[in-house]
Design a protein around this ligand. Structure first.
Ligand code: KG4
Ligand code: ZN
Length: 349
């Protein structure tokens, strides 16, 4: 069985062809970074319009890589939650159109769950049961993952997501967009102990929530005091930027690692899955890798190319197809942007 998977939840337009043995036959991603760069963040209306222009060529590209045509497809899957409303609508409308025109079953993908399923694609069934940590531009959440169709929300950010904090702090430091890779590069030359930034809730094992907005403000105050109007009130020396980037990155990584450990202790599980754009970060990957072996913990981090948004991870739809969880054509989007809502991103069935 060949599945066509569409992904348009935020600012990447992506399509993949994956078979029911989870073999990737084709995968194409069109990044919109260049369109959003000057705003230092994703502008929803620009994103949705760009998806409209790109979705058909991207589907075409994935099919050509797979050396297949539309006639070879057995199902169409689409990420319908969570994400930006306009962006989600483009993917959903394209998927429904294909499902009707080709008379194929329509499958729904939860984008956040898919970020964790990237670990299943890369490492096999051994990844369950586990604790799942999703760290992306829009989400920072912990799940108890009993199996590929059973993700129970344990906690999440109450304000900014980890990737959002990387993007905003990169803006404060005058670094490029997206901020994560830019901060990672700057941090290589910096001293992570130069500034002691806050690590919210890090010692509180009773709550599996995150908060990154205070950290972001602390970086801002380090650059220009609370009463200073302009953030760029003074030019920053290159070594200062490097030290600020390294100290900020270390604070985020400390919190993510500590909370993942709290979640493992709370659930009694010993396997940790990590996915999402921030999981591409080398420092985070190193610190998570160090957990493996200690107290019997096994850590599976999604391969870098499956961390940032892509359609391959939407192969979680294979599980839904096998379980008979096919959607009707009234499937709708669920933007699900309410922070901390345990039901965020639950698909209809
Ligand atoms: O998963 P993703 O592509 O999109 C969402 O679902 O949100 O994540 C994008 C986020 C951005 O905030 C970006 O700055 C961050 O992932 N990111 C990184 C790195 N690469 C991407 N953060 C830290 N280090 C990186 N190397
Ligand atoms: Zn994502």
């Amino acid at each position: 069985m060949n599945l066509l998977i569409l992904e348009t939840t935020c600012d990447e337009t992506a399509a993949a062809v994956v078979n029911d043995r989870l073999e990737v036959l084709g995968s194409a991603v069109a990044s919109q970074d260049a369109l959003h760069e000057r705003f230092r963040g994703v502008v929803p209306e620009i994103a949705s319009r760009a998806h409209v222009e790109r979705i058909v060529p991207i589907v075409d590209s994935a099919l050509r890589q797979a050396r297949l045509t539309l006639a070879d497809l057995d199902a169409v899957a689409v990420a319908n939650t969570p994400g930006l409303a306009g962006s989600l609508l483009v993917g959903l409308t394209a998927a429904k159109s294909l499902a009707v025109a080709l008379d194929l079953p329509l499958l729904a993908v939860n984008h956040v769950h898919a970020h964790l399923y990237a670990c299943r694609i890369a490492f096999g069934e051994t990844v369950f049961p586990s604790v799942g940590l999703v760290v992306s531009g829009g989400h920072t959440s912990l799940f108890r993952c009993e199996g590929p169709l059973d993700f129970q929300w344990l906690g999440g950010t109450i304000d900014d997501a980890a990737g959002e904090a990387f993007d905003k702090v990169a803006g404060l430091l005058g670094l490029g967009y997206p901020g994560g890779p830019a901060i990672e590069r700057a941090a290589e030359r910096g001293d992570a102990r130069a500034f002691r930034f806050p690590r919210s809730f890090v010692n509180d094992s009773t709550r599996l929530d995150f908060s990154f907005s205070g950290l972001k403000t602390a970086v801002r105050y380090q650059i220009a005091g609370p009463s200073t109007a302009g953030v760029m009130a003074r030019p920053l020396a290159e070594n200062e930027i490097a030290d600020l980037a390294a100290s900020f990155q270390e604070a985020v990584v400390d919190v993510l690692v500590a909370k993942a450990l709290h979640a493992l202790t709370r659930t009694g599980l010993q396997t940790l899955l990590v996915g999402g754009g921030v999981a591409a970060n080398a420092r985070l990957r190193k610190r998570l890798d160090e957990l493996t072996g200690s107290e019997g913990v096994r850590t599976f981090i999604a391969p870098r190319e499956l961390c940032t948004d892509n359609a391959v991870m939407g192969a979680i739809a294979v599980e839904r197809l096998k379980a008979g969880l096919v959607e009707s054509l009234d499937l709708d989007i669920k933007p699900g942007l309410v922070r901390g809502n345990p039901n965020v991103g639950q698909v209809s069935k």
